[in-house]
Design a protein around this ligand. Sequence first.
Ligand SMILES: Cc1cc2nc3c(=O)[nH]c(=O)nc-3n(C[C@H](O)[C@H](O)[C@H](O)COP(=O)(O)O)c2cc1C
Length: 164
Amino acid sequence: MAKAIVIYNTRSGNTQKVAAKIAEGLGADLASHKEIPDLKDYDFMVFGSWLIFGTISPGGKKFMKKLDSEALKGKNVALFITAGSPDQIMKKKGVKILQKDVAYNCMEEILETKGAKVIKERFAVVGAYKFLPWGSGSKYKGHPTEEEFKQSVKFGASLKKHIK
Ligand SMILES: Cc1cc2nc3c(=O)[nH]c(=O)nc-3n(C[C@H](O)[C@H](O)[C@H](O)COP(=O)(O)O)c2cc1C
């Protein structure tokens, strides 16, 4: 069994596809948030979610909050997201912050409460909105692109050093 795993939360498939590419580059197992295996067996984990209303999806938050602290304590974890506009600037309490950073901060807070060490290498991919009329013809159409999938494999490969 691989010593690393990529776990994702998806609605319309973008995050699942990016997660699969990261797992390919990393040589890791892949699991949906709906079927997470026993994480005690892994020494490195990558967590990914899609964004809604400027932060990670409720499903993403929920599954991370339910993770077993015993399995996460002291372990390195990495984060990735897919979003229509990850680099969009938001205003949080008067402070300008990128949408992707709002999401990363949210994930980091949850995972660090569980005792995990969130590494600083992160990865954001543009993902076309699906099932929304205003998204179907938008500039996000066609994302993730083949180039973004290649970058996802590279990101996975760059994380190999974190597997003990
Ligand atoms: C209802 C809805 C709301 C969304 N809100 C945002 C948002 O606030 N910011 C953003 O960057 N992307 C937003 N998106 C885009 C998704 O995060 C993006 O398409 C993502 O890649 C979807 O991932 P999935 O295919 O894995 O579900 C939204 C998409 C939907 C369907």
